[in-house]
Design a protein around this ligand. Structure first.
Ligand code: C5P
Length: 396
């Protein structure tokens, strides 16, 4: 995959820059041509001589060569590259990328690059967890930048936690996958994805809902779209931004979601049912705000329609994927749903597992089809989405 590829390796001022030499070496040995751009501070962490030797090209730091005034064209660099990898990426550089600041060659090259861009963040655990850093990472993701998630472990500060740059071997794998993705393996395919929580009104003010953030479904929609599929995302309530290239249809209740999905499924090649759909809805929706009295009140609920089961019954050759969020008898319940709703495979997550479930950015899932049960380790929801889409491709 990397043979003959042109890669710009951007290095910023983090102690993890010592790993950039190994990373560069691995890319070159895999057949890539690598040009290195460094920020001025990065030179304090790894020498330009080291990087020039391993990359077999002069290092670029300044906008021009102070010796002879020769211009280092970020535009030409951006055009030359098949991929721009920034590893390590500091909180500072990512903040600048997220807002379009262009005060060094590494950043102007980012703004000029037409190729896919990947960043491998590296910093102290508190800097990584800070809401500002997370907001910037989320912005970069929305801008189409691939994030090679940092690992957990010993940090230069002596603390232990998440923030270590991913290992060079892992970054090389991620880069290969991005270049492969560019093949757009799902071009011409159309998918329906449901996500988020439904809202079941009680009166004009109150409703019944659940804790779903929609993050998993949005990550699946994004992963499908990145591989070239046309994606319609039927979304319940979330606070998330629509992933790039995805068509979003907002709904409120389970009934609304059912209508949209049933109407759109026939034109689709598959559907991924990530939404947390209410199983019950108030039998009567009060027209006016209900007034409290002195006594208790009882709310009568009726069953909603099962969207997944309806699509499953009319599935034909389409691929249908479901989710099961369980708190007990996980495997048994998931297999029951796989059968009942006629899914091709089901993604099981247990609320008993740390790092899985609502709201967080990570998940721990098991992919279950009629023959195999494949448990996956703790991953970001984006990585889980990639695994789900890989499996969808097997079924197509
Ligand atoms: O039966 P249960 O709600 O646990 O099944 C979960 C799976 O079914 C999920 O994929 C969910 O999106 C889907 N579902 C649905 N419509 C419903 C209830 C669940 O599509 N009314």
């Amino acid at each position: 995959m990397l043979k003959g590829k042109h890669i710009i390796l951007g290095i910023t001022g983090s102690i993890a820059a010592y790993k950039s030499a190994v990373l560069c070496r691995l890319l070159v040995s895999a057949g890539a041509e690598v040009k290195v751009v460094m920020t001025p501070l990065a030179k304090q962490f790894i020498t330009p001589l080291t990087m020039a030797t391993v990359s077999q090209h002069p290092i670029l730091v300044d906008f021009f060569n102070p010796e002879n005034g020769e211009w280092n064209s970020h535009v030409k660099l951006g055009e030359w590259a098949d991929l721009y990898l920034i590893a390590p990426a500091t909180a500072n550089t990512m903040a600048k990328m997220a807002t379009g600041v262009a005060d060094n060659l590494l950043l102007t090259t980012y703004l000029s690059a037409r190729c896919p861009v990947a960043v491998a963040p590296a910093m102290d655990l508190d800097m990584y967890a800070h809401v500002a850093t997370q907001r910037n990472i989320e912005q970069l993701r929305r801008d189409g930048v691939h994030i090679v998630e940092p690992g957990s472990g010993f940090l230069a500060s002596g603390l232990v936690g998440k923030g270590r740059m991913a290992e060079p071997e892992h970054i090389v794998e991620a880069v290969s996958a991005i270049l492969e993705e560019k093949k757009k393996s799902l071009e011409g395919k159309h998918f329906l994805v449901t996500a988020g929580a439904t809202i079941e009104p009680i009166d004009p003010v109150r409703f019944i809902s659940n804790h779903s953030s929609g993050k998993m479904g949005y990550a699946v929609a994004e992963a499908l779209s990145e591989r070239g599929a046309e994606v319609t995302l039927v979304s319940g309530r979330t606070s998330l931004a629509t992933p790039k290239g995805v068509k979003r249809v907002d709904v409120l209740s389970a009934e609304d979601m059912w209508q949209e999905c049933v109407a759109r499924f026939p034109e689709c090649d598959g559907a991924v049912m990530c939404a947390a759909v209410a199983d019950y809805t108030p039998s009567v929706v009060a027209e006016q705000k209900l007034k409290k009295g002195d006594s208790d009140m009882t709310l009568e609920l009726r069953r909603t329609k099962d969207i997944a089961a309806t699509l499953g019954a009319n599935k034909g050759k389409r691929v249908l994927v479901g989710f099961a969020m369980e708190t007990e008898h996980e495997q048994q319940n998931a297999v029951g749903k796989l059968e009942r709703k006629n899914f091709d495979f089901i993604v099981l997550n247990s609320l008993r597992t740390e790092g899985a479930g609502f709201r967080g950015d990570t998940n721990v899932v098991t992919l279950i089809d009629r023959e195999h049960s494949q448990p996956l380790p703790l991953m970001s929801k984006h990585e889980v989405a990639e695994k789900i889409v890989d499996k969808i491709e097997e079924f197509l």
